[in-house]
Ligand binder design. Structure first.
Ligand SMILES: Nc1nc2c(ncn2[C@@H]2O[C@H](COP(=O)(O)OP(=O)(O)O)[C@@H](O)[C@H]2O)c(=O)[nH]1
Ligand SMILES: [Mg+2]
Length: 246
C-alpha cells in the first residue's frame, strides 16, 4: 500500500493546492488526505475540485472547526481503514516543507515513528518571531521534563507513523487538542515502547494565511501535560491509555 499524509486545514486555500503539487513532486505515489473543517475561505471546495482530477487527493469534510487533534484522529482512522503505510501528518502552511518527506520515509526503515524535528542536530527555524521560538522551546522543555519524553521536538506535527503504532493507541481515549494532542500522541508512543527517531527539518513560519493556534490552547497543553504526568504517577508503570479531558 502507498504512504498517506494527513493534513488538517482551516482557511488554507492559499496554500493547499501548491502544497499537494509539491508533495507529489517528491513522492508521486503519496495519498493526500486533507481534513477540512468547513473553512469559510473555500478550502473544502478547492479540495473537491482537486480530488475530481487526481485520485491521490482525498478530502474529508467536517461541519465546523472542531480542532486540530480530532482532525488528526479523523484522518488517521480513514488512513488505517484504507490500509496506507506509513501514515504521515503535516501542516498545510509550508512550515513543514515537502522536501523533507523523502528523508522521513527513508528513516522509517529504522524507526516506528519519525519526527521532522526543528531541534535535532542540523534542524532549525526560519522567520519565526523570538516570542514564537521561546514559546516552542519552553513547551518542549516542559513536556520533556515533566513526561520524560526523549524526542527533542515534542510539539511537531510533522510525523511519520508505522500503521502498527497508530493501531496500538486507543485513539478514542485521546481527548486533547492542538499542541497537547501532539504531545499526548508522542507520550503514548513512547509508553508503548515504539522506536522513535527524528530527522532534522528547517521549520519556516507561514508566508500565506494566518495562524489558528490560540493562547488558550497553549494553556490547555500545559494542563494536559500535568494530567498525563499525574496519571503516570498514579498508575505506576502501567501503560496509560485513558487521558485528559482537556
Ligand atoms: N481541520 C482543522 N485544521 C486546523 C484547525 N486548527 C488549525 N488547523 C490546521 O492545522 C495546521 C496548523 O495550524 P497553524 O495555524 O499553522 O498553527 P501554528 O503553526 O502553530 O500557528 C494548519 O494546517 C491549520 O490549517 C482546526 O480546528 N481544524
Ligand atoms: Mg503553522
Amino acid at each position: 500500500m502507498p504512504p498517506a499524509v494527513i493534513i488538517p486545514t482551516y482557511n488554507e486555500s492559499e496554500n493547499i493546492a501548491l502544497l499537494i503539487s509539491e508533495l507529489h513532486q517528491f513522492v508521486p505515489e503519496l495519498v493526500v488526505m486533507v481534513v477540512d473543517d468547513n473553512s469559510p475561505d473555500g478550502t473544502g471546495k478547492l479540495l473537491d475540485s482537486l480530488a475530481a482530477r487526481d485520485a491521490r487527493v482525498f478530502p474529508l469534510h467536517r461541519p465546523a472547526k472542531l480542532g486540530l487533534g480530532t482532525a488528526h484522529i479523523a484522518g488517521i482512522k480513514q488512513a488505517l481503514a484504507r490500509g496506507y503505510e506509513p501514515i504521515l501528518t503535516m501542516d498545510a502552511d509550508f512550515s513543514h516543507a515537502p522536501r523533507f518527506v523523502p528523508a522521513m520515509l527513508r528513516e522509517m526503515q529504522k524507526y516506528d515513528l519519525v519526527i521532522g524535528s526543528r531541534y535535532a542536530p542540523g534542524g532549525g527555524t526560519l522567520n519565526c518571531t523570538a516570542a514564537r521560538r521561546a514559546l516552542s522551546r519552553g513547551a518542549n522543555l516542559f513536556a520533556r521534563t515533566v513526561l520524560g519524553l526523549n524526542a527533542t521536538d515534542t510539539t511537531a506535527g510533522f510525523r511519520a507513523y508505522r500503521r502498527a503504532v497508530l493501531e496500538s493507541i486507543a485513539l478514542d481515549n485521546i481527548k486533547s487538542n492542538g499542541y497537547s494532542f501532539l504531545i499526548e500522541m508522542l507520550y503514548q508512543c513512547q509508553e508503548q515502547g515504539w522506536r522513535i527517531g527524528e530527522t532534522p527539518i528547517l521549520f519556516e513560519n507561514r508566508q500565506r494565511g494566518t495562524s489558528k493556534i490560540s493562547r488558550q490552547e497553549i494553556f490547555k497543553a500545559l494542563g494536559t501535560v500535568m494530567h498525563l504526568r499525574f496519571e503516570k504517577g498514579r498508575l505506576g508503570s502501567r501503560v496509560v491509555r485513558s487521558t485528559s479531558q482537556l
